[in-house]
Design a protein around this ligand. Structure first.
Ligand code: ATP
Length: 275
């Protein structure tokens, strides 16, 4: 067995992202949407990120993708600090991290075929071949008949598979999964989650997995980070966070949303089974 510590693929250190807004009387107010967040994501692991709406999850994700500018702190991908890179180098490093969107209904261009959707990042990177596109679609369980179809001709689960194939096109090290199954029927959620598990193993992917459904978080995550008002109030193994939560906020979050134990079939409404 290899006991060496796993490589850190994404490191966020003391990140601060603030917004300035005007209150009802015109006074300026600073919102600390991300307020000193630090975590390290290791190769092959899944870190679940949970917290109530408005706690700062989207701002954190947007900042990882360069869409918000932090006030301070750093983001490192594969040991490269993003802020210090030239824009060309930054794009190349940023490609190591890809996003899977929540809503497969609105995130795919309805006018493009599945082939063109998956081909787009490959073309931009100068790495396009029809065989690569077909093999990416095959990887997510879609056959050659999918290539010429447009999003409206697919089910929600199939659309999310196309979104995953596109995210995998440039062989990333990290996928940020932003509520990847919450827009899907419960009956297909387990299929997509199990596909994500298989792909993770096959490609040694690391996942930052954001979800409201704590049963799904428990099933997919190795560690769980709990976010409240811009801060990570608790980070630990999933068993520690779910079975012995230390922070009062974690305890209240778990109490407000019952978590089925996915290891027990009778408790698993989405047929999630731990392997
Ligand atoms: N562009 C912005 N301008 C001003 N305030 C913002 C902006 N974006 C986010 N905020 C504020 O920052 C805080 C965190 O918002 P954020 O959207 O990151 O939370 P969230 O946890 O992702 O919520 P949700 O799950 O509902 O998407 C909120 O108070 C929000 O109102």
């Amino acid at each position: 067995m290899n006991d060496s510590p796993a490589e850190t693929v994404l490191a966020v250190d003391d990140l601060q992202v603030h917004f300035s807004t005007r209150g009802s009387r015109g006074a300026r107010r600073t919102i600390r949407a991300v307020d000193g967040v630090s975590f390290a994501l290791r190769r092959g692991e899944t870190l679940g990120l949970v917290g109530e709406s408005g706690c700062g999850k989207s701002t954190l994700v947007r900042t990882i993708f360069g869409l918000n500018t932090p006030v301070s702190g750093s983001i490192e991908v594969l040991g490269h600090r993003l802020a210090g890179l030239s824009s060309r180098r930054r794009r190349a490093i940023q490609n190591r991290v890809q996003l899977v969107f929540q809503d497969p209904y609105s995130s795919l261009n309805p006018r493009l075929t599945a082939h063109d959707i998956v081909a787009e990042p490959l073309r931009i990177a100068g790495r396009y071949s029809r065989g690569t596109v077909a093999s990416l679609l095959d990887d997510v369980g879609l056959g050659a008949d999918a290539l010429a179809k447009r999003p409206a001709q697919f089910s929600g689960g199939q659309r999310q598979r196309i979104g995953i194939a596109r995210a995998l096109a440039l062989h990333p090290d990290v996928l940020v999964l932003d509520e990847p199954v919450s827009a899907l029927d419960v009956s297909v959620q387990a299929q997509v989650i199990n596909l994500l598990k298989d792909l993770q193993e096959k490609h040694s992917l690391s996942y930052l997995f954001i979800a409201h459904d704590l049963s799904v978080v428990r099933y997919l995550s190795d560690r769980v980070a709990v976010m409240q008002k811009g801060k990570l109030v608790e980070v630990g193994s999933k068993d520690q966070v779910f079975d012995a939560p230390e922070h009062p906020y974690t305890r209240s979050l778990l109490a407000s949303i019952p978590v089925a134990d996915p290891r027990r079939r009778a408790d698993a409404p989405t047929q999630l089974q731990e392997s």
